[in-house]
Design a protein around this ligand. Structure first.
Ligand code: HGY
Ligand code: MN
Ligand code: MN
Length: 414
């Protein structure tokens, strides 16, 4: 290990991860701490209690993003930011997002404990509603902060249980007064489990994330006619499910045609009126399309439009493709990537470059600050699943890489 290389306290990080995992713990061993629920409130409060114990200053902005700051020796300089999220999927795991927030806390605690001042302040951020599970779209807290969405849009988002993001922020006491907008930031880092199989398959402890693939979310709406399931002959029905049947098979076909990096996911479906003995009048299905190349993603969208219109016509129903959200493919900052590379090297850790298949708050942060991400492997590449798991040694290694990359950016060498 190179001289002056710093280490974090992996046991303390693991203990905090396990304590946080008890909030919203599910019987199957996962976590359900969806954005702005009571569980999220408890998780936020626990995180803040740890920050206060380190004498960090705490602020919450209008989107409920929490900023914990350890002042640098020159507090007027732009800070180095470490961010991720505390909210989980409904059947989420113990590490997605929360590892990045608690690793940031561990970086601050290690610096305090080892009496290492930094020139630039360090800010750890817990972004609101990264998952997009309860409120769509994803990454809405970091998105408003970075100017991808305006505040009114962000606050107006309505959950599936019919409440607005603004009312839930009020209800749990996280409607902050700090203006939710970007400010000068020296550099931003996020450490996260990979949520895919690449690092584990390559037996690689560290991933240096060079970018994030493009993502597009749609609601496919098919409108037919509600009729009785019994007496109505099959050939007289205007059955939206018949169109859906063709759409699903055609979309899976094009996933294969667009090569190994194309991703198509039908995540949720709603049938109205939803009675088992009535042919549905309306079907709404969510579809998530992804690809590292923006041009290919555009091509996939075009094919989707054609498939929906042809399938709807064949079933004598109407079909609409409503785009809910899109996040273009992005590349991270070369200097931040180099800092992560140097950090992994100083720790004698093998590392490989890769593009993130999952979306992260860093996608939006990279619009307003030099940004890059660090990945560590997770078991079987499984995530968004209660069985999500990661090795303490890998999490500690990722946290050590984060610490040394942050110090490179935050300490001005005389
Ligand atoms: O959708 C995503 O990739 C992220 O988990 N929000
Ligand atoms: Mn995440
Ligand atoms: Mn996630």
């Amino acid at each position: 290990m190179a001289p002056n290389t710093l280490k974090t306290n992996g046991d303390r990080l693991w203990a905090r991860l396990m304590e946080m995992a008890r909030i919203g713990a599910t019987p199957a061993g996962g976590c359900n701490r969806q954005a702005l629920t009571d569980e999220d409130r408890l998780g936020r409060a626990l995180f803040e209690s740890w920050c206060r114990a380190l004498n960090c200053t705490l602020e919450t902005d209008q989107m409920g993003n929490i900023f914990a700051r350890r002042a640098g020796t020159e507090p007027g300089l732009p800070p180095v930011l470490i961010g991720s999220h505390l909210d989980t999927q409904p059947t989420g795991g113990k590490f997605d997002g929360v590892f990045g927030v608690l690793a940031g806390l561990e970086v601050i605690e290690s610096l305090v404990e080892q009496n290492i001042p930094t020139t630039h302040s360090i800010e750890v951020v817990a972004w609101t509603n990264e998952e997009g599970a309860r409120f769509s779209p994803a990454m809405i807290g970091s998105g408003v902060f970075a100017g991808a969405f305006d505040l009114e849009y962000g606050l107006s988002r309505r959950s599936r249980d019919g409440v607005t993001l603004a009312s839930e922020l009020q209800r749990i006491g996280y409607a902050g007064s700090r203006v939710c907008q970007a400010y000068p930031i020296k550099a931003a880092f996020e450490v996260h489990i990979e949520q895919g199989p690449i690092l584990e398959a390559a037996d690689m402890p560290i991933g240096i994330v060079t970018g994030v693939q493009g993502m597009r979310w749609y609601d496919l709406e098919l409108l037919g006619e509600a009729v009785h399931a019994g007496p109505t002959p099959m050939n007289t029905r205007r059955d939206p499910v018949r169109a859906l049947h063709t759409i699903i098979s055609e979309v899976y076909k094009f996933a294969d045609q667009f090569g190994p990096w194309a991703r198509v996911t039908f995540g949720d479906a709603r049938f109205e009126p939803g009675a088992r003995n009535t042919v549905p009048e309306k079907v709404v299905v969510t579809l998530d399309l992804r690809h590292p190349e923006e041009s290919t993603l555009a091509e996939m969208e075009k094919r989707l439009q054609q498939i929906v219109s042809t399938s709807a016509a064949q079933a004598n129903v109407t079909g609409k493709v409503h785009q809910e959200w899109q996040s273009p493919a992005i590349s991270f900052n070369a200097h931040c990537i180099a800092a992560i590379e140097a950090s992994a090297q100083s720790l004698d850790l093998n590392a490989m470059h890769l593009v993130s298949g999952a979306g992260h708050d860093s996608v939006y942060v990279s619009r307003i600050a030099p940004t890059a991400m660090i990945f560590v492997p997770c078991k079987g590449g499984i995530s968004h699943n209660e069985s999500e798991s990661a090795e303490p040694a890998d999490l500690t290694a990722g946290c050590d890489v984060l610490l040394n990359a942050v110090v490179q950016m935050a300490v001005r060498v005389a």
